[in-house]
Structure formats: C-alpha cells, structure tokens
Design a protein around this ligand. Structure first.
Ligand SMILES: [Zn+2]
Ligand SMILES: [Zn+2]
Length: 368
C-alpha cells in the first residue's frame, strides 16, 4: 500500500503486471458500469467514474505508467525509511527532524513524493437547436472557475515567507479514510498533501492559491454532433491545488427537438404528406431539408408508409467521413372536405376501380 498518493492499481483492481490490454479491458468494463449516463444523479458513481478515468489516464499510457511505477518505488524505498516506526510509507515523513528531511525541498516540488492534486473537472450543458447540431456552429459560453492565483502561482504564500508543518496530518500529507471494506489514504485536505502550511498568506488570494474567474470560452461545435455528445477543453476546469494542473472542462451537448425533422444516427427523418392523387399518379415535390429545398420524384403508385431516400441530405458523420441521408416517410392524406364535382369524380373512380384493397385479408384471417 502506497501512502502519499492515490493507488491507481487498487482503483482499477488490477495487479502491477497487468498488460496494457488487460488494463484497457478492465477500464472499459468499469467505465461502462459507473458512467454518469448509466447512473443519472448518482454522485458516488460520478466520483467513482472520475477516479477510474484518472487511473486509466496514467496506467493506460505505458510511458506515464512507468513514471508512476518509478515514483512508487521511490516511495517504498524512500530516504531514511523506517526510522524505528512501524507502518511503512505512512511514516515516511514522521522522522523528518531526525533524518534531516527538508520540508522546503518538499514544498518546492523537488523530489516530492506526493503527486499534486489535479483540479476538478467542470461540466457545462450547452443546448443547441436541431439545425445547429447538424450544421455545426460556434458558441460563446461564460464559465466561472477557480483559476491559479498569478501572484503566488498557487502556493498561497506571501512572497518570501516560509512554511510550517501541517497540524492536520502532522506533516504526512495523507490521512486515512474508511470506504466500505477498504481503508484508503487520501491527501490531507488542509495542506493538500504537501504536509506544510503557509505562515503568511498571499494578499491576492488570502492563501487559497486560487481566485474566482469569469471566463468566456469560444466553443466550436463540429457539424453532426449528437445529443449527449461531449467536447473536452483541456485545463479549463478548476485550478489544481497549489499550482497543480487544472482539471478539464467538459461541454455536454443537448439538442432541442425540431417540429418537422427528427434524427436517427446520421439520417434525418421527415414525414411527407401526399395527396391521394400524388401518391397514385406520381409527382415531383419540393421537400424541405436542413439546407434548403430539394426536388423529390414520387413514383406512381407510392404507398403510405413507404420510405424514400434523398442521398447526402443527412448529418455529417462524427466518426469517419461521409454524410447521412434524408429518409422521407410518405403519408397519404384523405381530403377532409370535397366539393360536389370532386365527389362525382370519386364515385366514378370507385365504380371503375378494379383493385380490391382487401383481396388478401380473408385468406390471411383464416390462417390458424
Ligand atoms: Zn495568491
Ligand atoms: Zn496536512
């Protein structure tokens, strides 16, 4: 068990010798299970999902994994480890006075065993009109985030002041936390895992290391984006603790319904009303699409419910290249009001009509 940082192996429930393929498979399984879409309004699942993603971001990348493993070794070996106290890495900092371990070094990030806590991700729901999602657009959104204080670069300390040992964790940087059957060690919330506190606060941020910031973000929305699609803006989430990297900003796309068009994957669906005569005789009809009207040839004897395809008038594919189609479903309208002369014509038509629309129905009904 490695104190002083999150155990990514434990989070994914895998051993150190797991292959990249195993790591990927395990991650996928866990991510599916804990994905916010599958667990709406479940904060615990959301936290778990973030934890899993963070672990995978490191372990799923061979280079980052080996860096992480190296640091792990460092913690386990540590300078002046043991020092007569039991408990392994937890006690790494306890004998610093005797061993001459320097808190200043730690604070300045030289050989710090604690990975700085990356800031939280931000989520923003952006609603688009149906057509905007198909054509793509640019939107400006205003977000409020915690940004790293530029005066102290996130340390929270007044320039030239020194630090003291954190009283919450006694300088260890971690505290124990029980979670169900397991006990994890988590970074100390007071000092953020550094084991030190500042004596004199930075006047700009009052020691927080971060400041509230209103920011306008220009969001480029790619053509064809789907309802529920996500866009990631790196490092535009909350500032990390004490100058650590910021989290990311995720923009979750919500697409409004349209009164006429609907969408199925990359195809756009349209119900097209035709008169009885247009359907029977055939016609050329102007059909609205997302970008203007096109002529659609209705073949003679087109049936209600028949689907006619207009190639390339759908949405841009977001995976791979190409464009979907427009699928036109024919609706045959029966006139609601008819004039006496129309009536006369229809009666004549009925008399002359040879086709029986129910010719098969009795035979079908008789089937066991
Ligand atoms: Zn500051
Ligand atoms: Zn602390």
């Amino acid at each position: 068990m490695n104190a002083g940082k999150t155990d990514y192996y434990k989070i994914l429930g895998i051993g150190k010798n797991a292959s990249q393929k195993d790591i990927k498979n395990t991650y996928r399984k866990l991510a599916r299970k804990h994905h916010p879409d599958a667990n709406p309004n479940d904060k615990a699942a959301e936290d778990r999902f973030k934890e899993i993603s963070e672990a995978y971001e490191v372990l799923g990348d061979s280079k980052k994994k080996s860096e992480y493993d190296r640091r792990d070794d460092y913690i386990n070996r540590g300078p002046n480890m043991g020092g007569g106290r039991a408990g392994g890495a937890h006690d790494f900092f306890t004998d610093d006075a005797a061993s001459g371990f320097n808190f200043e070094d730690l604070f300045q990030g030289r050989s710090a065993p604690q990975a700085p806590a990356k800031g939280d991700d931000l989520y923003y729901t952006l609603t688009l009109g149906f057509k905007e999602a198909i054509t793509g657009t640019t939107k400006q959104i205003r977000i409020n985030r915690r940004a790293t204080c530029k005066t102290c670069h996130g340390t929270g300390a007044k320039a030239g002041t020194s630090q003291t040992r954190c009283t919450t964790c006694g300088g260890r940087g971690v505290i124990a936390q029980d979670q169900g059957f397991f006990s994890f060690s988590k970074p100390c919330p007071t000092c953020g895992g550094e084991g030190v506190m500042v004596k004199e606060h930075c006047p700009a941020c009052q020691g927080a290391g971060t400041l509230s910031e209103d920011k306008v973000v220009t969001v480029n929305i790619p053509a064809g984006i789907h309802d529920g699609g996500k866009l990631k803006y790196r490092r535009l989430g909350q500032a990390g603790h004490r100058g650590a990297p910021s989290g990311d900003l995720f923009i979750i796309i919500q697409v409004d319904k349209h009164p006429l068009f609907r969408r199925k994957r990359n195809d756009i669906l349209l119900n097209l009303p035709l008169s009885f005569t247009e359907a029977a005789l055939g016609a050329t009809i102007k059909v609205p699409t997302i970008d203007g009207r096109v002529s659609l040839k209705i073949p003679k004897a087109t049936q209600a419910g028949q689907i006619l395809r207009i190639k390339g008038r759908g949405a841009q594919k977001t995976r791979g290249t190409g464009v979907g189609d427009m699928l036109v479903t024919v609706q045959v309208e029966v006139p609601s009001e008819i004039s006496p002369s129309e009536r006369e014509l229809l009666v004549r038509l009925a008399d002359q009509s040879k086709e029986d629309p129910r010719k098969d129905i009795e035979a079908l009904a008789a089937k066991p």
